[in-house]
Design a binder for this molecule. Structure first.
Ligand SMILES: [Mn+2]
Length: 330
């Protein structure tokens, strides 16, 4: 295996003092932090480095991270490609999204399974829990001390992608994290992790708390007509923090579809399978072991319940879940 030192030496041969570098990411905490680290590594070695992203960033914790770590991201629609002569993709590979396809990348650094062809420089390590771990190793190898903000960002990247070391973490992720601990502003880390709710979420959540229905350790809430499906996710996550609740099933009607968000604690039948079994007949339904989502056609549901109104929909959901997951306390 090539050492980090040799890799970086090879990486740096691709750049010179006049290089104008564009780092393209699908912005999430790991990608943002890794891109910031690349910018730090190339600082004073190139003319300029700009980080650009194309996805919509709406989660309050991600927005807080961008603000407090001063990530300096530029939306892709504001970028003039001709202003750049080197292109880097981080925490993704060119075939992951069509927005990447308009670039020819000189550098690929990622930790997802390898799917794309090699670039002049490719470092893809699927056994790493986070891309931020690879970049932390680069910084160490170059003896660069990260700023308090960069170290905090990298920590957040590792924490997010490994779900606080409960998922796909390797000893390298833990070692990188320990190293960053010496430099990071922990107040930033804490602040970002606490920033889970906006004020409008709070109003929505207040209603959900008042009107919740908890039966057989399952928490239900049907919100009626909603303006943003994201709100359901906030409630679904929050209700799992009720002691003894091991399922949350939160629903609402959005653009004439019944949206259902399922969460569970992962200790019982998978949320994805439950969603498919309970709702697959009525639209798209599926997900992972602990989180799932269904988007159902109301006309199809109408065949089962004669009079479709919010109360009937709410009862129908509780009934389908009880039939699928069992009436007994699990
Ligand atoms: Mn990642």
């Amino acid at each position: 295996m090539t050492s980090n030192r040799e890799r970086i030496k090879q990486l740096l041969t691709l750049f010179c003092g006049s290089s104008r570098v564009l780092v393209v990411i699908n912005a999430d905490p790991d990608a943002i932090a890794s891109a910031m680290a690349v910018k730090r590594i190339l600082w004073r070695r190139v003319e300029k480095v700009t980080i650009t992203y194309f996805n919509r960033i709406s989660r309050p914790d991600n927005l807080a991270m961008i603000e407090h770590t001063e990530s300096g991201l530029v939306p892709l629609e504001e970028i003039d490609k001709k202003q750049f002569d080197r292109f880097i993709i981080i925490d993704s590979q060119p075939d992951h999204n069509e927005c990447f396809e308009r670039f020819t990348f000189d550098v690929i650094i990622d930790h997802h399974p390898k799917t794309a062809d090699d670039a002049p420089y490719s470092d893809v390590r699927p056994d790493y829990g986070a891309c931020a771990t690879i970049l932390t190793e680069y910084l160490r190898s170059l003896k660069i001390k990260p700023s308090a903000k960069l170290a905090a960002a990298l920590m957040l990247g590792i924490k997010t992608d490994t779900a606080d070391f409960t998922r796909q973490a390797s000893s390298r992720d833990i070692r990188a994290f320990q190293h960053l601990y010496k430099f990071a502003d922990m107040n930033i880390v804490t602040k970002v992790e606490r920033a889970l709710l906006t004020e409008s979420d709070l109003d929505f959540l207040g209603n959900a708390i008042k009107k919740r229905q908890v039966t057989h350790n399952r928490a239900f809430y049907h919100a009626g007509n909603i303006s943003k499906p994201d709100k359901l996710v906030v409630v679904a996550d929050f209700f799992l923090s009720i002691a003894k609740v091991n399922w949350s099933v939160i629903s609402g009607v959005y653009e004439k579809k019944l949206i259902i968000i399922l969460r569970n604690d992962g200790l019982r039948k998978g949320a994805g399978n439950t969603a498919r079994d309970a709702f697959g007949k009525f639209g798209s339904a599926g997900g992972h072991k602990t989180m799932a989502r269904a988007e159902l056609s109301i006309p199809l549901i109408r065949k089962e319940i004669k009079k479709v109104n919010q109360k009937a929909l709410s009862e129908w959901i509780v009934d389908r879940i009880s039939r699928t997951a069992g009436k007994k306390i699990e």
